[in-house]
Design a protein. Structure first.
Length: 361
């Protein structure tokens, strides 16, 4: 049955309805030991079982090799913008950055506080509409790592392949992790804020290769050190236990849907419905990203006349289509459709866009 309204928010984004029902049920029951997950000790056998199960599900879904650790870190992906250079850069060190949008630009600026940030690609000159060919990336062999963002939510750009680096490759996959197979084994580190495709806000997943983690600088502040996080099973302090529980439920749901391959097929279908409307509109709708680099997660576009966007957003709300306003930095329209977003919502938006064009052309 079709819903009355759909949430196109860029994040925190919608969770699968099945997961929300399981979460409600968990909060309302007492469990085997008399309490729900949100109120039990993180050292209890019950929570340690949840932690282990969640890690195993992520390892299966992402095809994580045995020589990688999976860490659950408090805070969002922006916390990793600070933690990564803090762990791997001294004043004399450098890291290479592909600056393809708002988030990778922020990561580079934060790294520059610890060492030197080499911008080996900077898409700001054209308003972040395109990406480099992954095979054309040339790194400084002396740099500690290459950092890129696999999907830029604000500008609607997504890499279709992993940049080829001769140095350790670090990926911010916050907005497209678990939406397709991503090739963890081609990275030294993949990290993601949970609030788009994995779970609730306030927690991040870090997948890091043992060899890369061991190369971290010595004498780091304990609670910012990846090695301590790995040694303590992500619990040098009380972790976000409820967040980890929900991540496990989301992973279970993705497995039940057919895994990341099935997610990729469904996400391509949803985004294709909207891009078809944009392409057939004869520039009534103007897509932001160059076609070869369009995101499947975040579809960004403007209308031929800017003043019409106010009417578009108002009428969309009246039709149960919420959260479509573009980011304040670039304006326009943004339709974010992560794993949990239903195909029916994309169909509803496509229908609305066609009707709006006919009405206002």
């Amino acid at each position: 049955m079709a819903q009355d309204s759909y949430n196109f928010s860029a994040g925190p984004a919608m969770l699968p309805s099945e997961v929300k029902l399981q979460a409600i049920e968990e909060l309302g029951r007492n469990g085997r030991d008399g309490f729900s997950v949100i109120e039990i000790s993180h050292r209890s056998d019950r929570f340690l079982g949840i932690l282990e199960d969640t890690e195993h599900r992520l390892r299966r879904l992402l095809s994580v090799p045995d020589d990688y650790k999976i860490l659950f870190v408090s805070g969002g992906a922006s916390m990793q913008f600070s933690m990564i250079p803090y762990n791997f850069l001294n004043n004399g060190d450098s890291a290479d950055f592909i600056v393809s949008g708002y988030w990778s630009e922020k990561a580079a600026k934060e790294a520059a506080k610890c060492g030197r940030a080499n911008l080996i690609f900077d898409g700001s000159s054209d308003g972040f509409k395109t990406l480099p060919n992954p095979q054309d990336i040339v790194c400084d062999p002396k740099s500690r790592y290459l950092h890129y963002c696999s999907n830029e939510t604000i500008h609607g750009l997504e890499f279709t392949d992993v940049p080829k680096g001769s140095i350790p490759v670090v990926c911010d996959a916050s907005s497209n992790i678990l939406s397709k197979p991503i090739g963890v084994d081609r990275h030294s580190m993949v990290y993601a804020g949970a609030q788009k495709n994995i779970g609730p806000s306030g927690i991040s997943v870090v997948v890091i290769k043992d060899e890369f983690m061991k190369s971290a600088l010595p004498n780091r502040l304990a609670y910012m050190d990846y090695r301590l996080l790995a040694e303590t099973l992500s619990m040098p302090f009380t972790p976000n236990t409820w967040g980890i529980f929900l991540v496990g439920l989301v992973c279970e749901w993705i497995e039940s849907q057919g895994g990341t391959v099935a997610m990729e097929e469904r996400n391509s279908l949803k985004s294709g419905l909207i891009y078809d409307v944009i392409d057939e509109s004869r520039e009534f709708y103007l897509g932001h990203a160059v076609e070869d680099f369009r995101s499947r997660m975040n579809i960004t576009f403007k209308l031929e006349r800017e003043e019409m966007e106010v009417s578009f957003l108002k009428e969309a709300e009246l039709n149960g289509l919420h959260g479509l306003k573009g980011h304040r930095s670039i304006g326009g329209i943004r339709a974010s459709m992560y794993n949990a977003f239903p195909v029916e919502g994309a169909e509803r938006l496509a229908e609305f866009m066609r009707e709006f064009r006919l009405k206002h052309s």
